[in-house]
Design a protein around this ligand. Sequence first.
Ligand code: 1GP
Length: 249
Amino acid sequence: MTVYNYLIDKIEQQGAAYLVLIDPDKFSEENAEVFLRHCSEAKVDALLVGGSLLINGNLDNCLELIKKHSTLPCVLFPGSVNQLSAKADAVLFISLISGRNAEHLIGKHVIASPIIRQMKIEPVATGYMLIESSKRTTAEYISGSQPIPREKPEIAVATALAGEYLGMKLIYLEAGSGAKEHVPFEMITAVSKACAVPVIAGGGIKTPETAAKMVEAGAKIIVTGNYFEQSENWKLLKEFSSAIHYKSK
Ligand code: 1GP
């Protein structure tokens, strides 16, 4: 089964899927085993691996470590073409459709495509939309693009629909890692109602209640990253997971 179909199955069975983002820069050998055990006990559905910037982390080593301690699918979430690895199962093939930077709409993809084919990893076409949060995020700065204003759901709807009509299989509404304000619920509702493909919401989600409300608003995949970089929060993974998997309660 493809990773995409696996996620669709999880969404159908549980109401929504839960993905935990691992930043290779912050993932350490000493924490890997315990953290990944928490993830599987909490029934996290898959791991996203990557980030806007990769400074010290070694992606291959990080994936090897994950594969050593976990059977969860590993999906690359690449901030750049150098964040590809044959050790992953799939890659979010991200086009930054909220921006107008041709490199992030198609340029990088031309360079990445032959590498992805050679590595035999599954590309999942994803329309990636940066949504304004209260401060500038790394993703905005690095991509040199402006986010969609948070009080303009109609722009988000039109953009997401354009992505879907271009054939994208997922729409990712991104407030940015560590965002002070997550994507507005109203925007998630508007985009989810308009689009047939699953909507992902991520960035700045710090409580299970917020995750539950996002699912209620229509999100089909929830991503958390930052919050679980602190080990004292790991015990809360189960609460996030059951808030998201509302059908399996
Ligand atoms: C970022 O959506 C992800 O790309 C996760 O964001 O790190 O804020 O949870 P956080």
